[in-house]
Design a protein around this ligand. Structure first.
Ligand SMILES: Nc1ncnc2c1ncn2[C@@H]1O[C@H](COP(=O)(O)OP(=O)(O)OP(=O)(O)O)[C@@H](O)[C@H]1O
Ligand SMILES: [Mg+2]
Length: 489
């Protein structure tokens, strides 16, 4: 092995290894050996400490002593494997026998060394194991990226939380499991429901969305299950219900929490028996329909309040897909903005390049405002803001001024200050800049006797830009000077 220089040691470690052994000199000699090779080492002198460290620290490999006073390494191994099936574990023991080795491997160890071990061999195996793990991780990442690109072309999301949602969608889509999609308004529940259908074997069959909230109760029942001619006033002909129309495909109940207990009972029956009776008909109709549902209310609470059947809840909630609010995945905002730019430039036939992608970009200030906003209406709210910007902008660098007033004002208000009005130490760069701009503009306005025309001139910016900044930075115009009258005089 070549000598390591101290510079090489400072570079990113080759991997993080936890050594769990009760004998101090064993820990030390392993620590020396591995640190010299560029690994970052952590040690634990008993099983309890080892387990505690393993819980949080994300090691690349664990070296575990088989015989320790507090618990046997075999026990510890089982414990670790229960919590963490991935981190490679090498067992080390003084009592080497084939039998022990076989048991260790069966219990989930990745390799096995007996004391005194051969340093060279140990190092080679550690290196190989960590390298292999890294490759596997990269593969998972690559597969995720591919999936992202190919199966969900219209779902934008690179944040960890969205990638996890998409992983789950990929896993559950092919089954016929009923899925409950939860999330705040505008987080993409319907979009995900459609993606599940599109990635299922039912993709060629109908996808029927039922907006349970917007239909009057009496109509919901006949809309879902259909009716015979004359079954109620106004039923002039036999009509097929959504369940019949969706046969072979998927039915999506939006706002499932709003349906009446009556309809819930019928729904439960379709789910259990896969058949139902249209209104006014004595005959059952058999259907094969996958049921997806969405809600932004707390169904469990509705169950507690007796407004939602518990048995139906469990039927629907076989798998729960919970969509994170946009404020918890702000790293997705830039990609969403680009996606909506292209969507609305195509719709409006403007600012398109030769490959029909959008040429638009928000100016940095505008982008900062989008990144700082809390988005209570989630992706839908962002989409509306971008659509509006596409319609209003005349410049491919979209100026702050095309953002709606509520965003501009909110951004001015959100400069964090301490109790004496100074910028708080937590203020972001954006807030610091906004604060500076605000003070500069106030100063110039003051010395221009509050004439905005003059202030704009001495700031070398167009009057319209100054107006936008005044609005955005929440600057109160104190004394208004009639500039025109002033000039005319
Ligand atoms: N990850 C995403 N990528 C691209 N577009 C998205 C994404 N999430 C949501 N959208 C878009 O945002 C809008 C709102 O999404 P959707 O209607 O699915 O939300 P929702 O959760 O059903 O909202 P609500 O609870 O108000 O019914 C749609 O135009 C949808 O296409
Ligand atoms: Mg919806």
């Amino acid at each position: 092995m070549p000598e390591q220089t101290s510079e090489e040691r400072i570079e990113a470690p080759k991997g993080r290894i936890l050594v769990v052994d009760d004998e101090a000199d064993i820990r030390e000699s392993l620590e020396d050996l591995l640190a010299t090779e560029g690994y970052q080492i952590d040690t634990a002198s008993n099983a309890a400490e080892g387990l505690r460290k393993l819980e949080h620290r994300g090691y690349d490999l664990v070296l575990l002593d088989l015989m320790m006073p507090d618990r046997s390494g075999m026990d510890v191994l089982a414990d670790v494997r229960e919590r963490d099936s991935e981190t490679p574990i090498f067992l080390i023991t003084a009592y080497g026998s084939i039998e022990v080795a076989v048991n260790a491997l069966k219990a989930g160890a990745n390799d096995y060394f007996s004391k005194p071990w051969d340093n060279e061999k140990l190092l080679i195996e550690i290196d190989r194991m960590i390298g292999k793990r890294r490759l596997e991780e990269e593969n998972v990442q690559l597969k995720r990226a591919l999936k992202q690109r190919y199966s969900f072309p219209n779902i934008i999301g690179k944040s960890d939380r969205m990638l996890r949602v998409l992983d789950l969608v990929t896993q559950v889509a092919p089954s016929r499991a009923n899925i409950l999609i939860t999330g705040e308004t505008g987080t993409g529940k319907e979009l995900i429901a459609k993606a599940i259908h599109a990635n299922s074997p039912r993709a060629d069959q109908p996808f029927v969305a039922v907006n349970s909230g917007s239909l009057p109760l009496e109509l919901l029942e006949s809309t879902l299950f259909g009716h015979e001619k004359g079954s109620f006033t106004g039923a002039v002909a036999r009509q097929r219900g959504y369940f019949e129309i969706a046969n072979g495909g998927t039915i999506f109940f939006d706002e499932i929490g709003t349906i009446s207990l009556d309809v819930q009972a019928k729904l439960l029956r379709v789910m259990q028996e896969k058949e139902f009776m249209p209104l006014g008909s004595g005959e059952t109709v058999k259907v094969d329909v996958r049921i997806l549902a969405a809600t932004n209310s707390d169904l469990r609470k509705l169950v507690e309040e007796g407004k939602f059947r518990e048995d139906l809840f469990y039927r629907i909630n076989v798998i729960n897909l919970s969509l994170p609010p946009l404020r918890d995945r702000k790293e997705d905002i830039p990609a969403l903005v680009d996606y909506f730019f292209t969507k609305y430039c195509l719709e409006n036939e403007k600012f398109l390049d030769s490959s029909r992608r959008s040429l638009l970009k928000f100016e940095p200030d505008a982008m900062s405002i989008l990144m700082e906003h809390n988005w209570p209406g989630n992706v839908r709210e962002l989409e509306n803001v971008v659509e509006r910007a596409v319609v209003l902008t005349t410049d491919p660098i979209v100026p702050v001024g095309v953002l709606p007033d509520f965003l501009l004002q909110a951004s001015g208000m959100r400069i964090r200050r301490d109790s004496s009005g100074y910028l708080s130490p937590e203020a972001s760069l954006f807030e610091v800049v906004a604060d500076f701009e605000r003070r500069k503009i106030l100063e110039v306005l003051e010395s221009a006797n509050w004439s905005q025309t003059d202030a704009a001139e001495s700031l070398h910016i167009p009057l319209s830009t100054l107006n936008q900044k005044i609005k955005r930075l929440n600057i109160e115009i104190r004394k208004k000077v009639d500039a025109k009258a002033e000039r005319g005089a």
